[in-house]
Design a protein around this ligand. Structure first.
Ligand code: G6P
Length: 322
């Protein structure tokens, strides 16, 4: 049960740090589409120092693998001090955030050892998809057939994830190309914009290569100035309504002599430096399945460079101080 009745919610606020915040960004698309409620996603270190309005009609959700992240915990306490109630999506069951939250939605990802969050991210998305579908059903904004389709799609994931993981060695040529790069851009639209952010974060963390994730439509508003023949761009673009919107962005990169690597089930109109062929996806399975190559590119590139994928320099698994 949520801390607020589904029909009393007027606004949803998701607060987290790092990768967990990207899971929140993916969930924003689902929550808005399926519940028709306004959704805000914020990073905890910013949220906690604003005077963000919270009231009895705000559903606040904090997301944290460790349940110990100082900023996320402070955000939870801020919301409670303002009279709000908080649901927490946490992986570590007896963590501080799990203890202090009004409701806990466990991710059950199992202990996560590597410093960079990977499986916790997909499990956070799974909980958020279930939350969004459940809320949509309770509010009457999602009909029973749609809820059934979402839950069927989620139930295919374990099988589809293991099938796709078996293909990961075909990412090797991309990893080899990236290992020599100084800057890399990841681009995507819609649900794949947060996945682009996740791919870029993982690449930075594991291989120490400067990487940025961008909403593909934003390229022309600045980042395109960075493009030359030395900058690889990874496009995350499944076929679907936004595919034809992303292709022109990749053409613009190509026109500036950038190297384009496509992760997609579709064919590109431009000459590619590499193509990782994906299975067809929908709006439920897509973010999960596209996360695999996004994270595995970082892993393979780090292995190629010889950096420590489990314990990257300067990073801590859990950031319990500000
Ligand atoms: C650290 C980890 C990240 C993680 C972030 C948030 O920076 O290196 O992988 O996403 O903390 O951690 P949390 O435990 O709150 O999800």
């Amino acid at each position: 049960d949520l801390p607020i009745a589904a029909n009393d919610i007027r606004r949803i606020v998701l607060v987290a740090c790092g990768t967990a915040a990207y899971a929140g960004m993916v969930a924003k698309y689902w929550l808005e589409a399926w519940t028709r409620l306004p959704v805000e996603v914020d990073i905890a270190s910013e949220f906690r120092y604003r005077r963000a309005p919270v009231d009895a009609h705000t559903l606040a959700v904090v997301i944290s693998q460790s349940g110990e992240t100082a900023d996320t915990l402070a955000a939870l306490r801020y919301i409670q001090d303002e009279g709000g109630r908080v649901a927490a999506i946490v992986n570590v069951p007896h963590s501080t955030i799990a203890r202090e939250a009004d409701v806990v939605l466990p991710t059950h990802a199992g202990p996560e050892i590597g410093v960079a969050s990977t499986k916790a991210f997909t499990c956070q998305m799974a909980v958020l998809a279930a939350l969004a579908a459940g809320l949509g059903a309770a509010r009457g904004t999602l009909d029973a057939g749609a809820v059934q389709e979402i839950s069927m799609a989620l139930s295919t994931l374990p099988r589809r994830v293991s099938q796709l993981l078996a293909d990961m060695e075909t990412l090797q040529p991309i990893a080899r190309a990236l290992a020599g790069a100084r800057d890399v851009l990841f681009v995507g639209r819609g649900l794949y914009f947060p996945i682009a952010l996740e791919g870029a974060l993982k690449l930075k963390e594991l291989s120490y290569i400067h990487a940025e994730g961008y909403a593909a439509g934003e390229l022309k508003h600045g980042p395109i100035a960075l493009i030359d023949e030395d900058v690889p761009v990874i496009g995350l673009a499944p076929t679907g309504p936004l595919f034809d919107k992303t292709l022109p962005n990749l053409e613009q990169i190509k026109a500036r002599r950038g190297q384009v690597y496509l992760i997609s089930d579709g064919q590109a109109s431009v000459a590619l430096s590499g193509h990782f062929i994906m299975p067809a996806v929908d709006d439920v399975t897509g973010p999960f399945l596209y996360t695999l190559p996004a994270q595995m590119i970082a892993y393979a590139t780090a292995v190629e460079k010889g950096t420590d994928v489990d314990q990257p320099r300067n990073l801590a698994k859990s950031v319990t101080v500000e």
